[in-house]
Write a protein that binds this ligand. Structure first.
Ligand code: ADP
Ligand code: MG
Length: 320
């Protein structure tokens, strides 16, 4: 289960801040809108939630009627046509797979299935991991832009958009708020946040990020404007087997949870990218992960390594 990491610290101000919470995408979605007209804010929030539901219905691998569900069922037998929207998201995922040297890989589905996190989790055998890994690799995902089709080049392949879909849904929700005339808002999908403008009466939104080992302690307390901030942590979905912690951020090279970080927080213009970059940096580990984030223009991040040490891309750039 995903926990809520963001905590908003009230800053006062004249405007009413409209706040609504719903359970969607398997997590708690919170929308905060700064607007003097409560009716308009309420209407805008309803549209944004509806957009998140639409994106979920499109991308959810659990839903056999979704485009991704259909693709997972048919993509290995023949090139399968998908909507332009899904095609663009898969292309974006493939680009980030390549940028991260394969640390981020949406074809991780067959390996995720083996770990059964949804059913409490179990440690697969080496043979099960090896078999599942044979069907993993963005290189085996053939995207045909001319036909808008997707073909799995290996049987048993399965797309899992868990590390980018939520961020994408948040970006879409923010676009809907913008179209409704909102200039100040936060959309938070269980720790994947996008900020629109700043808090009314202030020139920033104050965002807290929880400590990966102490839920009630803040790791970061930042003043941010018009940006996305996403955290991937080993405490979000995990099970313990003796002293070993098995979590949901899987290294596609080994099929096992990546062990070198406790959490990675990424700040980037768009939530979909921040979401994927956070997973990628987590899998790459603190040294390579920090290098990866530093090479991305307009991106900042904070990594907590396995020993609890903080590594910053550029501490000066983040107003605390
Ligand atoms: P959360 O959803 O808890 O915020 P992430 O955004 O990091 O965390 O996404 C984790 C999810 O992404 C996993 O539950 C799984 O569905 C998928 N996933 C796991 N490992 C990878 C990986 N190396 N590359 C891409 N997706 C991954
Ligand atoms: Mg992610």
């Amino acid at each position: 289960m995903t926990t809520i990491m963001a905590t908003f610290i009230a800053c006062g101000g004249k405007y009413d801040v409209h706040h609504e919470t719903r359970l969607l995408l398997g997590t708690v979605i919170e929308i905060t809108i700064g607007h003097p007209d409560e009716g308009l804010a309420r209407e805008a929030a309803a549209k944004a939630f509806a957009e998140i539901e639409r994106v979920d219905a499109l991308l959810s691998g659990h839903n056999p009627g979704s485009e991704i569900g259909t693709l997972n069922a048919e993509g290995a037998s023949e090139p399968t046509a998908v909507s332009a929207e899904v095609f663009a998201l898969l292309e974006r995922a493939a680009r980030i797979a390549s940028l991260s040297g394969g640390a981020f890989d949406v074809t991780i589905g067959p390996v995720m299935d083996q770990w059964k996190f949804d059913e409490g989790g179990r440690v697969p055998s080496d043979a099960e991991i090896t078999a599942a890994l044979a069907a993993v690799g963005t290189g085996k995902l053939q995207l045909d832009p001319a036909r808008g089709s997707v073909h799995f080049l290996s049987p048993g392949m399965k797309i899992d958009l868990g590390a980018i879909g939520k961020g994408y849904a948040v970006d879409r929700a923010v676009q809907v708020l913008r179209d409704a005339g909102i200039k100040s808002a936060i959309v938070d999908a269980g720790g994947d946040l996008r900020l629109l403008g700043s808090r009314p009466g202030k020139d920033f939104w104050r965002i807290g990020v929880r400590h990966p080992r102490e839920a009630s302690r803040l790791l970061l307390n930042l003043e941010l404007v018009d940006t996305a901030i996403v955290t991937s942590g080993d405490y979000e979905r995990f099970f313990m087997d003796g002293d070993a912690r098995y979590h949901h951020l899987i290294d596609p090279r080994t099929g096992y949870p990546a062990a070198r970080c406790q959490s990675v927080t990424v700040i980037a213009p768009e939530t979909a990218d921040a979401d994927a970059y956070a997973t990628a940096a987590f899998v790459l580990g603190p040294v390579e992960g920090l290098g990866f984030l530093r090479d991305l223009p307009g991106v900042e991040g904070v990594i907590v390594d396995a020993a609890g040490q903080l590594l910053w891309t550029d501490r000066e750039k983040l107003r605390q």
